[in-house]
Design a protein around this ligand. Structure first.
Ligand code: HMG
Ligand code: MG
Length: 298
């Protein structure tokens, strides 16, 4: 049987916009966050405190965090790759920070400029400081089924990374298919390798939809009892260090699927579609959500 309730974390403002070529003003990002929370999202990944030379689009991180009218019951998370990023992030009062590593060595090097082992050394003091400050710590694990540089990734490597994350005190991990190459059984193997180290309630799925597999991979995750997913409104996004990778599965499409299965998300589809339309209009391109397209054409 499937979980009766699912939590979706909209990562659109961060994962969705980080790779955007045109400048998205802080005011637009803030309005997007406001529309997402109005639609019922209870967790929003807002921005990242990374090097502005590496990811210029996230350089307004503090301004965006400061501009959000926080709604009680909504949690706001941010990415922090190192202590420098963590210290900057803390000033903006996030509810959760995200350290991000990879199951593949090559991706770790390209994305955060260090090996997997070095990344864990960098994350350890961040995790310690966050937990001492009462801030929840999530770990994102990239390339858990495939890597743009190394190809297919064996589940044992996912388990290895999950074990390292657990060892430094990370409280929750997201199993990411960064380039969207995964298919349901491979995703289940990656999740199972992770579940050897983390409780079911502390594992989420993060599926990019490059090959159109993300909804199937979400369903395959639900079959294992995984009930938390990162999704992106309007299917925004991609990773700057994973060429050709498209956005996360659209939040609208996941909400529609779950509603049809009688699974509660607390999200109101019409308001969510409005949020997706808002950002798609700003970017000047159609939404990537099939559900939004279908409902808007009615
Ligand atoms: P580095 O060059 O190895 O670090 O980068 P460094 O410590 O040598 O610092 C280099 C410069 O960056 C210095 O400035 C630092 O001050 C500055 P300079 O002296 O040259 O003027 N710096 C910073 N500035 C602001 N905030 C910081 C920070 N740290 C250093 N926190 C670093 C290492 C990790 C910083 C770099 O590689 C980086 O910023 N990478 C960002 C990668 C990124 O954001 N990728 C996208 C997010 S991950 C993702 O999308 C995947 C995910 O969605 C899951 C999935 O789908 O797989 C989560
Ligand atoms: Mg991602």
């Amino acid at each position: 049987s499937y979980p009766s309730r699912v939590k979706l974390v909209d990562v659109g403002p961060r994962d969705g916009l980080q790779n955007e070529k045109q400048t998205v003003p802080a005011a637009v990002k803030i309005e997007l966050v406001h529309r997402l929370q109005a639609a019922g999202l209870r967790e929003i990944e807002v921005t990242s405190f990374v090097s502005p030379k590496w990811v210029p689009q996230m350089a307004d991180n503090a301004e965006v965090m400061a501009g959000i009218a926080r709604q009680p019951g909504v949690r706001y998370s941010v990415l922090t790759p190192n202590l420098r990023g963590f210290e900057a992030a803390v000033a903006s009062r996030p509810d959760e920070i995200v350290v991000f590593g990879a199951a593949s060595e090559a991706f770790s090097q390209r994305n955060i400029n260090c090996s997997i082992a070095e990344s864990i050394e960098r994350f350890a003091p961040v995790v310690e400081a966050a937990r001492a400050a009462g801030i929840h710590v999530r770990g994102a694990m990239s390339c858990t089924v495939g890597c743009p540089y190394e190809g297919e990734i064996d589940p044992s490597r996912v388990g290895y990374l999950a074990g390292l994350m657990k060892g430094i005190g990370v409280q929750h991990v997201g199993v990411a298919d960064t380039i969207g190459v995964g298919t349901p059984l491979k995703v289940q193997r990656a999740l199972e390798a992770t579940l050897a180290h983390f409780e079911l309630d502390d594992v989420s799925g993060h599926f990019h939809d490059t090959y159109g597999q993300a909804l199937a991979n979400t369903l395959a995750s639900l079959e294992l009892g995984v009930w938390q997913f990162d999704t992106s409104v309007a299917g925004l996004g991609g990773c700057p260090y994973a060429k050709g990778a498209t956005g996360n599965v659209a939040t609208e499409d996941v909400v529609y699927m779950l509603q049809g299965m009688g699974i509660d998300t607390g999200i109101e589809l019409d308001a969510l579609i409005d949020a997706g339309q808002y950002i798609s209009d700003f970017l000047g391109r159609p939404t990537q959500s099939r559900v939004a397209k279908a409902l808007l054409a009615k």
